[in-house]
Structures are given as structure tokens and as C-alpha cells.
Design a protein around this ligand. Sequence first.
Ligand code: ADP
Ligand code: ADP
Length: 234
Amino acid sequence: THLVFIDDVDMRYGGADGTLAVSGLTMRVEKGDFAAVVGPSGCGKSTLMKLVTGLHIPQAGTVIVAGQHVTKPVSIVGMAFQNPTMLPWRTTLENILLPLEIVEKHRHRLRAHRKDYVAQAENLLELVGLKGFGAKYPWQLSGGMQQRANLCRALIHQPDLLMLDEPFGALDAFTREELWCVIRDLHAAQGVTIILVTHDLREASFLADKIFVMSARPGRIVREHRVPFARPRD
Ligand code: ADP
Ligand code: ADP
């Protein structure tokens, strides 16, 4: 079964004679996949992210996520972007709990079961190598640590789908490779479906089991690779 089903989608910005950002975009992602979308700047990767998360609604074609036609922002999706945007007046732990306060369904649960959610946030912090850092403020963390915390925040509401838009782009090469291992472990441990947008082919082939290649003008998927060898998971 497909968790994400995108079929023949056209998305144009700025009215009838605006930019045709993607056209004839077709893509399927199965539950449990780690998919990467690669392509040059401007090919429509961010547009694809916004279509899946319901931040943009296309003029033509079909977008279905978890069996539902996407017509508004989708709350079962976790998102992490290139620049972590944590609130400086909240601790790391409080920042991680933030998505729960925003989604109404979770807000009630958070009030009733705050302890459980705090425990879950601490568990995630441990998974990404930030055990004990929950009480620190974001500005007391390095860029790489903030990005790790950002991943915890994207996962706190146990999303079915995690969307990562160049989440390692702003990091130095060493920290980036460390985080690759973190995200690979998270995928293995949590069984969450992941779509990673990147222009780094090495990153895509290290992490993903499926690679979708996009071309520009108009943006669409032109090729799909299955990464042929099982990645080491120890
Ligand atoms: P990528 O993420 O691969 O760099 P984008 O999805 O951001 O690509 O952009 C795809 C195309 O759509 C580009 O030509 C870009 O300039 C255009 N585009 C993106 N967002 C907008 C917007 N809000 N208004 C007009 N054009 C846009
Ligand atoms: P990225 O490469 O990560 O997509 P961009 O710099 O292309 O980042 O885009 C940043 C923001 O500006 C996005 O929200 C995108 O939708 C918007 N944008 C991109 N291109 C255009 C454009 N030509 N006109 C208006 N908005 C745009």
C-alpha cells in the first residue's frame, strides 16, 4: 500500500500565466520506505514537499497521503527543514513538545499525559545522542545539536511520515555524517516512512532505499532507483 500517492500533478505559482513549478509529477512511496528526492536547485523539490504536506494544493492531478486526498495541511506528517527554528525562550524539551500543543488532537492528550510525553521526548533525545540536554536552551546548543533536537520535535507526535528538506545542509561535513547515522538509526528504530529532499547524491545513496530523480522545467520525477545493496544496519 502506498503511503504517498502523487499522480500527474501540475502546480503553477502566481495565476494562469505564472511559473509552472511541477508538471506531470508522479511518485509513489510505500509505508516504511526511506525515499530521497534529488535534483538541481529550482526543480521543484520544495514544491513537492509542500504538496505532500498540504501547504500547497495543485491545480491538476492527485495527491493522496495515508489514504486521504490532501486538501489542507496534513497533521500526520512531521517536518524538519534546513534551518532549525526553535523558540529561544523555551528549553529544548519544551521546544520538542511544541507540535503537540499545536495539533488539537494532541493538545488534550498532552494535558492529561504530560509525563508520558516528556518521557518520550527524553527517549528521542537519547536516540539522537542528546541525553540530558532537554533542560538547555536552544542557544546553548551547537548547530548540529539543534538539528538533532529538531529531528526529535518532528517525531514527537509519532508521525506516519517524516519529511526532511535539506536538514543537514547548514552543517559541517563531520556533523553531517554523524547525523546521517542518527537518522538511519531513527528510521530503523521507529519504522517511520521518510522522504528526504536533498541535492547531495552521496547523502541520498547513503540513506535512502529509493531515490527519485527530478528534472527542472517542468519539475517532475524522471527516474526512480532502488538502492541495490542492503545498507549495513547494526
Ligand atoms: P527547489 O526546492 O528544487 O529549489 P522549488 O520547489 O523551490 O524548487 O521551485 C520550483 C520552481 O518554482 C522554481 O522555478 C521557483 O522559482 C518556482 N517557485 C517556487 N515557489 C514559488 C512561489 N511561491 N512563487 C513563484 N514561483 C515559485
Ligand atoms: P529552496 O531551494 O529551499 O526551495 P528557495 O530559496 O528556492 O529555497 O525558496 C524559498 C522560499 O521562496 C520558498 O518558500 C519558495 O516557495 C519561495 N520562492 C522560491 N522561488 C520563488 C519565486 N520565484 N517567487 C516567489 N517565491 C519564491
